[in-house]
Design a protein around this ligand. Structure first.
Ligand code: AMP
Ligand code: GLY
Length: 428
């Protein structure tokens, strides 16, 4: 079977590698892909925003499965267009993708389904939101309703910061349409974790949890990013807690969508805060996380393509997942200026001809090729994932590989998985 993967990041590279390893698959194509993905798949320069272009390309290549990686095309209706053209798609239709595309819709569904989440009020104009801020207990969280590439969430410590954030949304319109409706949320305190689950509309199969690092600098300082590193599994989220979260969050949400005539087929990703009062939902994503995927998929032993086909065709019941027992640690190497800007065209030294490094898995994100060399082409450049029997060893392996890499302005966090590694040392 031919598989077509849509997207160009580290997440898509991890999906492509799993597709190549599947016994069901003869050929993997990717649109648009990147320099690393081109080593394992045939890349085609069709943008993931070009719905007609992708449908046309699918008609030409006739893939047995189309996997949509990123949220923007899902929210724009790419899955609908490809399904309606007669293809099998892993990734929800637009109506279900609104769980990520509209934070207001996600709250409505959670309220109706009785899913624990932060208290909130919603506003569609500056004056009312600013008045509400005056009476709020700080910190408060200001969220643009629509997609904002992870930048539409501001945790305001004082009223002035909150007013600035509201001005950015309503007056400067920094987030475009996405910011013309705003949620003001209660600020939750605790540890965050991501619980992703495969869904076929009815059956829900949890993946092992992952811990993302959102801030750019060590010690969780500096601005939010798409994610600077990850590890999996998460010792503080044992299998029993994952099952509780699935029953408390994923199952009621999928059932509430179904009640509304909406079928969720794909990955439902719940971003959670583990508060003193129990897990509460921060957000939903309707696709694999990036970099969670680069830490989760290297441990998955089951055939991902078989699972994605089962989700797409509503036949997930009866499937099980098997996992390698090793820990996985993923470190992101980002370009100069990220997350505020990014730098392009800097030569990446240290990679082998296939874009890899010995002893680890390297997933390419913002990379391109120029004069036969790998160069940077975006904010997050590479994800380096290492598997080993302990977090301590997996960290050593990952950071040993990062030390072989070089490009001008390269940034990475040096504390990814430091916490579970230290706890291992204590418990021994
Ligand atoms: P989101 O895109 O909604 O996940 O928000 C991005 C990040 O902002 C989350 O990963 C959290 O770190 C933080 N965040 C979002 N909502 C809240 C909240 N209600 N309380 C505390 N932190 C939050
Ligand atoms: N790592 C967070 C996300 O994929 O949205």
């Amino acid at each position: 079977m031919r598989v077509l993967v849509i997207g160009s990041g580290g997440r898509e590279h991890a999906i492509v590698k799993k597709a190549v390893a599947s016994s069901l698959v003869s050929e993997v194509h990717c649109a648009p892909g990147n320099a690393g993905i081109s080593r394992q798949a045939v890349c085609h320069s069709v943008s993931d925003a070009d719905i007609e272009g992708i449908v046309g390309f699918a008609r030409k290549t006739r893939p047995g499965l189309v996997v949509v990686g990123p949220e923007a095309p899902l929210c724009a209706g790419l899955a609908d267009a490809v399904i309606d053209a007669g293809f099998t798609v892993f990734g929800p239709r637009r109506d279900a993708a609104m769980l990520e595309g509209s934070k207001r819709f996600a709250k409505e569904v959670m309220d109706a389904a009785g899913v624990p989440t932060a208290g909130y009020s919603r506003f569609s104009e500056y004056a009312a939101a600013a008045a509400h801020i005056e009476d709020s207990i700080f910190p408060v969280v200001i969220k643009a309703n629509g997609l904002a590439a992870g930048k539409g969430v501001i945790i305001a410590q004082q009223p002035e910061e909150a007013r600035d954030a509201l001005e950015r949304c309503f007056v400067e319109r920094s987030f475009g349409e996405a910011g013309l409706e705003v949620l003001v949320e209660e600020c939750l305190v605790g540890h965050e974790c991501s619980v992703l689950a495969l869904c076929d509309g009815d059956t829900i199969l949890p993946l092992e949890p992952a811990q993302d690092y959102k801030r750019i600098y060590d010690g969780n300082r500096g601005p939010n990013t798409g994610g600077m590193g990850c590890y999996s599994p998460v010792p503080r989220v044992p299998p029993q807690l994952v099952d509780e979260i699935i029953e408390m969050v994923h199952r009621p949400v999928v059932a509430e969508l179904k009640r509304r005539g909406i079928e969720f087929r794909g990955v439902l990703y719940a971003g959670l805060m583990l508060t003193e009062a129990g897990p509460k939902v921060l957000e939903f994503n309707v696709r694999f996380g990036d970099p969670e995927t680069q830490a989760i998929l290297p441990r998955l032993q089951s055939d991902l393509v078989e699972l994605m086909l089962a989700c797409a065709s509503g036949t997930l019941a009866g499937h099980n997942l098997s996992w390698r027992p090793e820990r996985c640690v993923t470190v992101i190497a980002a370009s100069a200026g990220y997350p505020l800007s990014s730098s392009k065209g800097d030569e990446i030294a240290g990679l082998d001809l296939d874009g890899g490094l010995p002893g680890v898995e390297v997933f390419h994100a913002g990379t391109a090729e120029a004069d036969g060399k790998f160069v940077t082409a975006g904010g997050r450049v590479l994800a380096i994932s290492a598997l080993d029997s302990t977090f301590r060893k997996a960290r050593q392996k990952a950071y040993g590989a990062v030390a072989r890499l070089h490009f001008d302005g390269m940034q990475f966090r040096s504390d990814i998985a430091a916490e579970p590694a230290a706890e291992e040392a204590v418990s021994r």
